[in-house]
Design a protein around this ligand. Sequence first.
Ligand code: DGL
Length: 260
Amino acid sequence: MTNKNPIGIIDSGVGGLTVVKELQTLLPDEDIIYFGDNKNVPYGSKSQEEIISLTKKMLDFLVEHNVKLVGVGCNTISTVLNLINPDYDLKIIGIVDPTVKYIAKLPGKKVGLIATPFTVNSKYYNQTLASIDNTKELVSEGCPQLATLIDRGDFNQEELKKEVEKHITPIVTNHAINSIVLGCTHYPIILDLLKEYYPGINFINPAFYQAMAMKEYLTENNLLANNNSYFEVYTTGDREKYQLLIKMLNLKEPDKITKL
Ligand code: DGL
């Protein structure tokens, strides 16, 4: 493995693009290969076995493309990463662990967490946080439809707004929380809408902390590249959706988008 090899990012759909955004800012000279399994979104309503099996297909694909590091741009997959990691001779960095280290430093006793039902039910965020700071409480809410609605790429839909209100308003009104962790990589895509609905809340985007952890790993292992920031997207869904989202998130124009 050399420093010139690309970084791989995986997600069930377009959510991992929020991680690409942070990476392109923090590590602008890296090549990135993105894999979005949009055909199978949402992962957050699937069984652990299904999630592991679909994830391994994406990882095998990235191994064939000689990536030097994989960033799991998906909270749901990150909660089962311990069960996948031993099968790969490859550095794989999840999104939850680096985020929890930051949550532990937040002021206040209670912090909100919105995520997929799988992520919430796994209690992975809670257990990881308890291992660092057992005085903090996570007020968690699973949002069964939110990732799928965002993955459609239509942000004016009433259904999306209803889902936001249904799941976020109760945790904001019933608990003394100042911060809510966006525990699904799809959610920062609608950050403007969330801020408009809940102006007093500090929304935390885990993508930043994961990108920092990736930078740290590459730096410590002398694997930082000075490439031309080649950016290639593979999707099992629509290419057009990526064109739209990449523009909306202000990402670097991809060199290639391939439908698998
Ligand atoms: N973007 C993913 C996450 O961070 C999963 C969305 C889904 O497929 O349910 O959890």
